[in-house]
Design a protein around this ligand. Structure first.
Ligand SMILES: Cc1ncc(COP(=O)(O)O)c(C=O)c1O
Length: 407
């Protein structure tokens, strides 16, 4: 365990971790899908509804101004967290999926036409595949796919070879939600820029686990979700370089995103409000800011080190189980392990582990093209968070052994 992080104390911040399922202590290894919430996040949501609830931006009254201060304060917290230059570059969305759809739709409308190309990779989540397919159906663009090796690492030579005169954007995940692979984002962004092409990075599985600095990466767009980083559901972020966001047309239309409306002509609001039509989840953004405060207090490097310890320990222990196969053995890997045991169907494994109190995810993990590449229907996935322990990994290993013996 990391010196600076007392995991037992941390676990007390998450009330749900002390509950039982089927009379067994809960072991929660489904953090890739969503993380649990610390008390201070939940309390911030309740406090705001009880004492500072009013719609933001539009009110002259006291409560509305207080709510607006919290909401805009949260934007500043996010800016600092990912080291953006300005809060104009922080757009609040419903989550990673909406952030990606925003870019696909606005960038696609403004800068892509039939025959233009987007580069994605074989390990993308459906949310970074299907929006491009809809754009392809609408506008006749072409999707090119970066392949990977059997360890689950993207092939960088092949990536570079995919660029052509028609390449307009690259859209890739920083960390695979299935394989755990940490892609060399900075290097891949530099390659795109050398071809004069902007880069959208899906940070859904990276921001919760490591420090992400948009200026250091020099990334053009970055998407992530609050609920995967100890914050509430329904809130996410799109970071965009101001020079890009300025040039993109609005995504959705309605209140908040306008400056002036008449039946003859409507003008749009300044950044970032141009992309925030309608009432935002201003309570959720307060919760996100609290989650960031919580992670910052523990230290992003400490969180990463603790989770790396868990990954190394779990990998070693799982490899000791006969017939267990790990899918994804990249040299750079986040705290996610996908595996299969003999011919046991992942669904059966997941169901039986659940009966023993262990929550893992099974299936295709919204990455069916990756499953096809791996030649499997699905996997069992254990994904770790800052509150997990080696003792819980021991419970997982023992439980897998029990299931294996049942088959
Ligand atoms: C890599 C990746 N991208 C995007 C998403 C979509 O995130 P959300 O459902 O929060 O929009 C996920 C969710 O699992 C993910 O793992």
């Amino acid at each position: 365990m990391n010196k600076a992080m007392n995991i037992q104390t941390i676990r007390e911040d998450f009330p749900i971790l002390s509950r039982t399922v089927y009379d067994k202590p809960l072991v929660y290894f489904d953090n890739g899908a969503t993380t649990q919430k610390p008390r201070l996040v939940v309390e911030a949501l309740v406090d705001q509804y009880y004492s500072v609830n009013a719609n933001v931006h539009r009110g002259v009254h006291y409560l509305s101004q207080q709510a607006t201060e919290l909401h805009e304060g949260a934007r500043e917290t996010v800016r600092e967290f990912i080291h953006a230059r300005s809060t104009n570059e922080i757009v609040f969305t419903r989550g990673t999926t909406e952030s990606i759809n925003l870019v696909v739709s606005s960038f696609g409308d403004a800068f892509m036409e039939a025959g233009d190309e987007v580069i994605i990779s074989v390990m993308e989540h459906h949310s970074n595949i299907v929006p491009w397919q809809l754009l392809a159906a609408r506008k006749g663009i072409t999707i090119k796919v970066v392949p990977m090796n059997d360890q689950g690492e993207l092939l960088l030579d092949e990536y570079e070879a995919l660029f052509s005169e028609r390449t307009k954007i690259v859209s890739l995940t920083q960390v695979s939600n299935v394989l755990g692979t940490v892609n060399p984002a900075k290097e891949m962004i530099a390659v795109a820029h050398a071809h004069g092409v902007p880069f959208l990075l899906d940070a859904a599985q990276s921001v919760p686990h490591m420090a992400v600095d948009v200026q250091d990466l020099d990334v053009d767009f970055l998407a992530f979700s609050a609920h995967k980083m100890y914050g509430p559901t329904g809130v996410g972020v799109l970071y965009g370089k101001e020079e890009w966001l300025d040039r993109l047309p609005p995504y959705q239309a309605g209140g908040e995103m306008i400056q002036h409306v008449s039946f003859e002509k409507t003008t749009f609001n300044e950044l970032p409000f141009k992309f925030e039509a309608g009432t935002p989840d201003y309570v959720g953004t307060t919760g996100l800011a609290k989650a960031i405060d919580y992670m910052n207090a523990l230290g992003l490097d400490q969180i990463a080190a603790h989770e790396h310890d868990l990954l190394v320990y779990a990998t070693e222990r799982l490899k000791g189980i006969p017939d267990l196969r790990i899918l994804g053995e990249a040299a750079e890997k986040g705290a996610v392990i996908s595996f299969l045991v003999g011919h046991i169907h992942p669904f059966d494994m997941g169901t039986l582990l659940d009966r023993l109190g262990i929550a893992v995810r099974t299936g295709h993990h919204c990455a069916q093209p990756l499953m096809q590449r791996l030649g499997v229907e699905g996997t069992v996935r254990a994904s770790f968070g800052l509150y997990n322990t080696k003792e819980e990994i021991d419970l997982l290993v023992n439980a897998i052994e029990r299931v294996r013996q049942m088959f």
